[in-house]
Ligand binder design. Sequence first.
Ligand SMILES: Cc1cc2nc3c(=O)[nH]c(=O)nc-3n(C[C@H](O)[C@H](O)[C@H](O)COP(=O)(O)OP(=O)(O)OC[C@H]3O[C@@H](n4cnc5c(N)ncnc54)[C@H](O)[C@@H]3O)c2cc1C
Length: 502
Amino acid sequence: MTVHIKAKRARILGHAVHSFLREATPLHRSAIPRKDRIVIATSIATPSLPDQNYPISLCPPPLQHGLLYPQTRPLSIVIAGGSLASLITATILLSLPQPSHSINITILERLPPSNLQDLGAGIAISPSILAFMSRYCNHLPPPKYAAPLHAYRQINREGKVTTESEGKGQFWATSWGQLYRVLRGRFDELSDDGRRGRYLCEAVVESIVEDGDRVVVSYREKGESKQLAADLVVGADGASSTVRGLLLPEVKRYSVGYACYRGIVAASQVSLDAQAIFQDMATFHWAPRSQMLSYMVPGNGGPADEIGRYINWVWYQIRDEKEMEELLTDKDGKKHKFSLPPGKMRLEEIEKIKMKAGEELPEVHKEIIRQTDDVFLQVVTDSHAGGNSFCGGKVVLVGDAVAGQRPHVASAVMQAVFDAEWLARLVQGLASPEEFEEETQSFSKILVEKGKELGAVCMGDFDPTYKDKTYYPLFFGTQALLKAKFDKLDELNRSSASNGVL
Ligand SMILES: Cc1cc2nc3c(=O)[nH]c(=O)nc-3n(C[C@H](O)[C@H](O)[C@H](O)COP(=O)(O)OP(=O)(O)OC[C@H]3O[C@@H](n4cnc5c(N)ncnc54)[C@H](O)[C@@H]3O)c2cc1C
């Protein structure tokens, strides 16, 4: 009896708040505590409350056969953000076995095409990313989009190699631009001339409101307000996610007190000595409260094995709040929040960092920084959404929107692949929204926690020998934990496939 009353009250509350949600601005909506938002979402999405013996907020929504199969019309999916997590998600979903045209994806990306270019930093390609690229991008071999990374080495101030840890042949390095080029091409192929997918630029997601069993996404495209109704909304809009901000306004992205200076220089512009040091290697130089890392990446102008190599470098520096604010003020006086894009750093700041490099770094690192025309900046931040499935799994977060981890972990793209593969299970009814959330959260938690531990080692006031001894076991230990998560997922997918589902 008590349970019945509770359920009834929840339904009434659900309807009342639902109409409120329709009217409310994002700011009003954010006043509803998250716990209640889940209750509301569950009670609206679910025609009858399933197991009355559970507290209502814990009631699993009926799994049926996932979002995909009960549909009598194409499943409409809107993805906020058009970067890597978005394209990975779209590629996997459009590759699912399905009756033709049963999925329709619209990607809404706020940037114009001209701004969708490398931020100049490299991206590490782990075995799980290689597997994804092979599985979903026509068996594309790694040399077509990445450069090999055979080992990790540490050099001292004199440029002498002090240690070398084998990367066990597992890792490759690429750039955002290369991955974007390949994934965007694959998305366009799978889109079937716009019949199954479209990619809109200068389309800024502003709000989402649940409406019956659909979710209405409001966005502004080239200044004009528009709306789309979707069966599934995916927030792949990065570490400062708007979708996350609407659902979990209490989650913040914050600076952790250090920033990375970054740059990229054509390998042909540096001495043969420097080229030999960087060839196929990630090269670290540790110092107390500082970390320098460089490795080669392919350029972006075509398949990686057909174009030249670039050396990309990243130098981590501790900065207090005032210094950070000054650094983030660009040459036109505009203040930026977490990064300064290429071409924006004030000349005196570029000169300062080049001079500091001249005083503190080994000769080969000095040389690549000296030869870099355009230095830019990224503040290191932490952010972690405690939840990433809402409205009974009709709104989810993936990639950096779930957890923006520190670059020392080098696993942001891995997180995007993991989240997207679990989303595919959710869409097919092979996982409940709770299972999707639990699994993706446990992956993100590893990245966030290990990112902090790695950050403490890399930026601590320790001598290089200590950093050297501590960093590699921690880094490879983290990779092993992430691999175990992928192994479990692969096993599940294999078993689903052998049952004829995937
Ligand atoms: C242009 C670009 C270049 C990058 N270059 C590098 C690099 O060189 N090296 C590196 O390590 N990492 C780079 N990153 C970050 C890297 O892509 C991510 O850390 C990682 O791949 C996970 O990506 P993500 O898709 O979850 O988030 P992100 O890559 O941050 O992408 C989020 C996307 O959502 C869009 N977006 C945000 N808010 C809205 C909104 N309200 N409506 C519509 N769209 C929205 C953003 O414009 C962005 O394209 C880059 C990101 C971008 C966007």
